[in-house]
Ligand binder design. Structure first.
Ligand code: PLP
Length: 374
């Protein structure tokens, strides 16, 4: 049997006619940059996330970059975040000449450990950026409390967490700004790159709106130095169609997660692999279903041989990356991020995955451990 990590073709087939009609409408109009289609998607996302403002940008990375710029982050500033995330989280901070200050993750949820946040905040801290990793929100209450006490904005890296909630409030509506990605493999994926900034802060939204078009409100009049980071109308058209089905697809992912849990229990594998931990405050949307095992690399190789696609998110924590040598960290600096990087493995979880495929994945894992025990 073949079980790819992600197969977007079935999803596409189910909405093909609708998507093609939306794309054709944009082609007929020949209006490709921002415009009414993007404004419509912004309104839809605003409503879905439950915020007052949403601004479409060129990617999730730019959503982070522009949010940081709108919060005034620049050279000499610090932004507190985690070392166990996609590179864009910290890379965007560095791009602005600011310094990413890392705090370790919690070993069960892989999200920022709020207990270490206080010690990482300094007089130079301009923002705190928790990441809602794999589709589950970070522990926001203590993070928001510390941020409020120190009067520092919280920017959520919600790239993997559209539709996730923390105490019934949606990811992207919890901090000053939320950053979303429409990269094809995210839960709401476009046909290319795209991103969105969400906020309840009208002034912040206004700054992002100007920054995404070279700092200009009136054509050829530049108030600030921005960049070109606009969302394409073609992407917006696709995303508007897909957004209608997002809840259904999210429920499919959640059903598959429960199915995995039952299958792993039945197979008596809970001593061998650790399943995702979902805390009571959270609605997990499973952009990734990540298990943990001591013999991760051997397990991954075996699954690959047997036709099961997996991925490692992420094989090296950011504080150990060559480009961050100058930060002065080393092995042992953030032990939970480092052990997660060595032990985590993402399994196929997309909504169209069948029960047979999931059974095959778990049976294959069982065979691996039976083999290594012998
Ligand atoms: C995908 C992702 C990003 C970047 O989004 P792009 O659209 O690829 O630029 C940022 N942070 C996290 C945690 C992500 O998963």
């Amino acid at each position: 049997m073949n079980v790819p990590l992600l197969d977007l073709r079935a999803q596409y087939q189910s909405i093909r006619a609708e998507v093609m009609a939306a794309l054709e409408a944009v082609c007929d109009e020949q209006a490709f940059i921002l415009g009414a289609r993007v404004a419509d998607l912004e309104k839809d996302i605003q409503k879905y996330v439950g915020v007052g403002q949403a601004v479409g940008v060129a990617s999730g990375t730019d959503a982070i970059l522009l949010s940081l710029m709108a919060c005034g982050v620049g050279p000499g500033d610090e932004v507190v975040t985690v070392p166990y995330t996609f590179f864009a989280t910290a890379g965007s901070i560095s791009r602005l000449g600011a310094k990413p200050v890392f705090v370790d993750i919690k070993p069960d949820t892989y999200n920022m450990d709020p207990a270490q946040l206080d010690g990482a905040v300094s007089s130079r801290t301009k923002a705190i950026m928790p990441v809602h990793l794999y589709g589950q929100c970070a522990e926001m209450e203590p993070i928001l409390q510390i941020a409020a006490r120190k009067r520092i904005p919280v920017i959520e890296d919600a790239a993997q967490a559209i539709g996730a909630t923390w105490r019934s409030r949606k990811a992207g509506s919890l901090g000053q700004a939320g950053c979303f990605s429409f990269f094809p493999s995210k839960n709401l994926g476009g046909f290319g790159d795209g991103g969105m900034v969400t906020t309840n802060d009208q002034a912040l939204a206004d700054r992002v709106r100007i920054l995404r078009v070279h700092g200009s409100r009136v054509k050829y009049v530049h108030e600030v130095i921005g960049l070109n980071s606009r969302l394409d109308a073609l992407q917006a058209a696709v995303l508007r169609v897909k957004l209608k089905y997002l809840e259904e697809w999210t429920k499919g992912r959640q059903r598959n997660a429960s199915r995995y849990e039952a299958l792993f229990k039945q197979a008596n594998l809970l001593g061998r692999v650790t399943l995702p931990t979902v805390t009571a405050e959270n609605r997990h949307v499973y952009n990734q279903y990540v298990i943990r095992a001591l013999q991760r690399d051997q397990l991954r190789a075996f699954l690959h041989e047997q036709g099961v696609g997996t991925e490692i998110y992420y094989p090296s924590p950011l504080h150990l990356q060559g480009c961050y040598k100058d930060l002065g960290h080393g092995p042992g600096s953030f032990p939970y991020a480092e052990s997660a990087a060595q032990e985590t493995l993402a399994l196929p979880i997309y909504a169209e995955l069948t029960e047979d495929q999931q059974t095959y994945v778990v049976e294959t894992i069982k065979r691996f451990f039976a083999r290594t025990r012998a």
